[in-house]
Design a protein around this ligand. Sequence first.
Ligand code: SF4
Ligand code: SF4
Length: 394
Amino acid sequence: MTTPSIKLTQKNESKGIAPRRTFGCNGPSVSVFTLGTMRALNSSEQMYKVVKAAVLAGINHLETAPAYGPAEKFLGSTLRRLKAEGKEPREGWVITSKLLPGLTFSEGKKQIKCILNRLGIPKIDNLAVHGLNLKEHLDWASKGEGADILKWAKGEDLIGQVGFSSHGSIALIQTAIESNLFQFCSLHLHLLDAKRIPLSKIALDKGMGVMAISPADKGGRLQDPSKTLISDCEPITPLELAYKFLLEEGISTLTIGAFEPKDLDIPKKILEDYCSLNEIEKQSLSKLQKNRELRLGTNLCSQCEACLPCPKGVPIPDLLHLNNLLVGHDLQAFTKERYNLIGKAGHWWQTKNASACENCQECIPRCPNQLKIPKLLKDIHHQLADKPRKRLWG
Ligand code: SF4
Ligand code: SF4
């Protein structure tokens, strides 16, 4: 599998691609933006405002989960309120919810019934395994109690398509896509981290729907970009360029975790006047790539993963990706936050940081770019690791 950079992976000559795309072989069409409900959690009024803004922007796809706290409860009351006001997508809402892997059969049945109850709907259009991050999660869904839950829910006509979201390894995601168990997937697909784009192509070629997880926030906090990134993308904003890049790659739909209605301004603008990348946008992409290469020079990690496995379990590509973002785009706050989250997020992120490197040098001959990996790891730890805080007493 190739590892694309910011450059587009295929030539796309089409113009005026419809702002609705099929999502899975037999699934309903969805808007190219999906409202993620994980940020409108303060009150049902906040949820109402963002969902109303979404329908007015032309969005028909909502993404939620029991793990998002009160999101489904707030969403259920919002859907009833908007129905009473006659503010719904013409073809109705498409709703995706998720189940954490590892539930027993009885817990899974109960959870699906609770989702339906909270949302006030008879059937969940799309049900995803929430965080298929480890092999045991795939085993749970394919031959464990997860498989029994999904079979039961399908038999009862309580769910439509089955999919998964993953923060796991490329190999695991590819295995899940090729298992033929799933009709859609939600992946980390980003303008500044395009290594999973080839996976999305495999999924799309199989007829699966592909949803990009949080291209703004998880893509480098593009809603609050560095001055360097703004200048590299000019005259387009980094966020708009990221959305257009992913849509050009054929991604079915992009999630927007809106906190307030104005977070939907850019998606609304794109939905109103969608067209393929124009020359100015293509030039911005080239400028972004060129400047990143210039700044990183011989330290640019192409994310090929040839250096793995490290005997000490150091996640070299993920750490050097942070270096790409820090040196290539000056994303200081984002990279610092991601680095210091290592070891604190269970299976949702890496467990070892650069300090686990023991300088054995095994990885160096495997790197096609001859990167001085141990030195880069030492530097990145020095730049990003939080300094131990001084105790105020004791
Ligand atoms: S030099 Fe460090 S990162 Fe490379 S293989 Fe050895 S321990 Fe792992
Ligand atoms: S360090 Fe080298 S081998 Fe490892 S992912 Fe980066 S470019 Fe590839």
